[in-house]
Design a protein around this ligand. Sequence first.
Ligand code: PLP
Length: 409
Amino acid sequence: MSKITYLDYNATTPIDPNVLDVMLPYFKEKYANPSSKYRFAMDISADVEKARAVIANCLGVEHSDEIVFTGSATESVNHAIRGTLKTYPEKNHIITTVVEHPAVLDTCKDLERDGYKVTFLKVNNNGELDENELKTSITEHTAIISIMHANNETGVVFPIGKLSKLAKKVNPEVLFHTDATQSVGKINIDLNSDEYKDIDFLSMSGHKVYAPKGIGILFSRKGTRLRKFITGGHHEFNKRAGTLNVPLILGLAKAFELLKEELASGKQDKLAKLRTKIETEITKRIPYININGLKAQRLSNTTNISFDCIEGESILFQLDKMGFCISSGSACTSGSLEPSHVLRAMHVPITSAHSSLRISLGRFTKEEEVDDFISSLPTIISRLREISPFWDKKTNKPNDKAIQYSCQN
Ligand code: PLP
């Protein structure tokens, strides 16, 4: 394969070689089903429980049976939301936000079709929520509130600790779920701390944290009732049926250990410096750009930039030819020609929302790769603007048509 420059860590991460090493024996010699009752299997079951305890410890979870292994964050989200509604059939209201990942958004829209009432909280131009809107949306019928921790497209971080406290103040019975798929490993989360103690459920996926695809976790706080979502055997403390995916569980635990070390090592500050370098240099070298969510609290590794008057897809195509792996919007919605629902919710004009790039850095990003990107992008943008019907080549500015289009939205 020709050289690639991977700047799309929010889509997925490579498996850390140390994670792979831990998994390999469980693909080869340690293959027994951990539910079987002979020593060969019970030893593996003990390894799974040690892995669960490691993950619990990294998230500040007091009882390791509060962690259930799932197949993905999407499954965890579905379990938390749909399971809660099944547990409390007398309640029919869900609160979420307009900028959630489709895992949450589409689940809520599907439930809306089934007759549930869903409130979608709006965001401002910076991508931030209005706490007052949350407060006034909660009713006695609200079963669950699902608010993401960090946005996959812009990196904007929601103060979930504060929001969950606020929610419980209004209605102590309401349950609070957070989709922490993008924040785990980038922000220290201690679920036993005062800040996070009102979070009832948390979802995440292994492949965003240098573990393989096909494994996720659902944290559900002790004492919180939750009907089973995947029915079958009595696995996972009778909370999620299905034979345990032992190699991936062991790999995920190793990934969590590495994340803990990485968080303590100041890696996020290093990524923030690289991110700032990208934003400063691109701002200097390319006119008419907008950094989406710049004024909000953001993950250190993510930047989302709009380039006026051109199509994000054509920028990606040119970058791809040079080996750069970057997304426009999220990996789950790229492929659709609709502009990002997150940027539209932030009132980004349609012409800019169509031209956004999400650059996300991670463990193996090198400064040379960032420099390569910074030096390659300006030529691509100016070539595309030259052939854009919205760009005035003489003045090097958007033309009247561009202004008219963006104002229509
Ligand atoms: N939530 C967020 C914020 C995400 O970024 C993603 C994946 O991009 C998901 C949920 C879904 O994760 P998975 O596809 O691993 O289930």
